[in-house]
Design a protein around this ligand. Structure first.
Ligand code: FES
Ligand code: FES
Length: 170
């Protein structure tokens, strides 16, 4: 019988202390222990990207990590996007708004994973080419959109974010 471990994690700026089994996946921890069900679980083997979250700002597949590996770390899930830099109070993140405007989702199952993969990508590369966007999303699978609308959404988000930064500076 395995013994529970105490872990303390900060998720979207909030600290949580929980006791977990060592075999508990991080994705299941987020969904079932913290009720953060925006992180979706598709394949549970690191292929689909639906479970992507940020660990210390870097995208990771939460189905490939155990919850105990997140002990003492900072995580961001899709629920934290509306509080992320670049979001005005009471609004969605510009990336979420662009997905909405450009029809970058249909069923939406894959969307949290795309958003969490794309957030650090756009922060590092605020003016990407279409080809760079396609490479950035190459680790995320979508069954519905055919990807073109997702690429369009990212290009729209990039343009909107640059325009916003420019207007803040002037
Ligand atoms: Fe984690 Fe598919 S559920 S990569
Ligand atoms: Fe349905 Fe991507 S919108 S899987």
């Amino acid at each position: 019988m395995s013994e529970d471990h105490q872990i303390i994690v900060t998720v979207n700026g909030q600290k949580y202390q929980r006791h977990v089994e060592p075999r508990l996946l991080l994705s299941d921890f987020l969904r079932h222990h913290l009720s953060l069900t925006g992180t979706h679980v598709g394949c549970e083997q690191g292929v689909c990207g639906s479970c992507t979250i940020l660990l210390e700002g870097e995208p990771v597949r939460s189905c490939l990590l155990f919850a105990v590996q997140a002990d003492g770390r900072n995580l961001t899930t899709v629920e934290g996007l509306s509080d992320h830099n670049g979001t005005e109070a009471g609004r969605m993140h510009p990336l979420q708004e662009a997905f909405w405007e450009a029809h970058g989702l249909q069923c939406g199952f894959c969307t949290p994973g795309f958003l969490m993969s794309l957030l650090p990508f756009l922060e590092e590369n605020p003016s990407p080419s279409e080809q760079e966007v396609r490479e950035a999303i190459s680790g995320n699978l979508c069954r519905c959109t055919g990807y073109q609308h997702i690429v369009d959404a990212v290009m729209l988000a990039a343009g909107n974010m640059i325009a916003k930064d420019g207007s803040e500076e002037s």
